[in-house]
Write a protein that binds this ligand. Structure first.
Ligand code: DON
Length: 307
């Protein structure tokens, strides 16, 4: 029997399509030129079924969504204790690119703001690893999650790298505070490369479904990460994934999520479903307006609110 889910997902997209507010990310020129009519959604169930609608083959850069997975890789490579010694778990209440550290510990507030993400990146492989070694490690790990070989969008990387002053400022702040020990410019270059990895909504939903399935890949049955890492990632996504909009997000949409400035949102409902939505126009916090609407619809229609 034909599943009704793709038709339902198409109707969700048609309800989100009339939203015209917002603008694509202006500070990365390739993203600023994005086709703002693009719109896509995908669901990946923990039983391995994937459903999608709209521009579901379109590739876009992961941007901040990469932070969730690189946090898991840092935990695997450095150990949870070493990661927690360097990166906190509290929402910052500030914009994602704010130069901020926790008062007493000097740690970045959490791994999903840039300061925490650059720190997590610096812990991948080993503190003295090269950008190339870290990039290869991250690409391999993310490709295993997506079950296909992922690539860096070099145009997006160059566009952000040529004007990375704020992230450089964060990198040097972290070095001065003794949080990262490697060359700050190299940590920032590697971090921007990880943000430039291309995916589709189907990839993202599948990657999220591994988190929802306690670290076991729903399709291959392979354990990709320890259950504790998946739980840690989902927990920080719940409290910090939508930046200074995280509290409102959890109250209204009700599942763990992470957004990226290319216009994607990845959502995760433990034990049930990985979710991905994409459309380039963002609100002032850097969250895609249509993707937020899609997640709200899915949550209301399918009863996905955790509380
Ligand atoms: O660090 C940056 O500015 C970007 N490459 C990633 C930011 C991002 O996706 C924030 N998301 N909402």
């Amino acid at each position: 029997m034909k599943s009704p889910i793709p038709d339902y997902l198409q109707s969700v997209l048609e309800k989100a399509r009339p939203i015209e507010e917002g603008a694509p990310a202006g500070y990365i020129d390739v993203l600023a030129r994005a086709d703002t009519s693009r719109l896509a959604v995908a669901l990946a169930m923990v039983d391995g079924n994937i459903y999608s609608a709209g521009d579901d083959e379109l590739e876009f850069s992961m941007q901040s969504i990469s932070k969730a997975f690189v946090y898991a890789i840092a935990i695997e490579d450095a150990g949870l204790k070493a990661v927690l010694d360097k990166i906190g778990m509290e929402p910052s209440g500030d914009a994602f690119n704010r130069l901020s550290l926790q008062k007493d510990s000097n740690r970045p507030f959490n791994p999903l703001i840039n300061a925490g993400a650059i720190t997590a990146h610096s812990l991948v492989v080993a503190p003295d690893a090269t950008v190339e070694q870290r990039t290869e490690r991250i690409l391999n790990a993310l490709s295993r999650l997506a079950e296909r070989e992922l690539h860096i969008d070099e145009e997006v990387f160059e566009a952000e790298w040529k004007d990375a002053n704020r992230n450089m400022g964060i990198g040097y702040m972290l070095k001065a505070a003794g949080i990262i020990t490697c060359n700050p410019a190299e940590a920032v270059r590697g971090y921007i490369r990880q943000c430039s990895i291309n995916v589709t909504v189907k990839d993202l939903a599948m990657m999220a479904s591994v988190l929802c399935n306690s670290g076991v890949h729903p399709i291959s049955g392979e354990r990709i990460m320890p259950a504790e890492s998946a739980r840690q990632v989902l927990s920080v996504m719940a409290t910090c994934g939508m930046y200074d909009g995280s509290g409102e997000w959890l109250a209204t949409v009700g599942f763990s999520a992470k957004s990226g400035v290319s216009g994607a949102i990845m959502g995760a409902l433990p034990g049930q479903v990985g979710i991905a939505a994409f459309s380039p126009k963002l609100d002032e916090r850097g969250n895609s307006l249509r993707s937020v609407d899609i997640c709200k619809q899915l949550s209301a229609d399918m009863g996905l609110h955790l509380m």
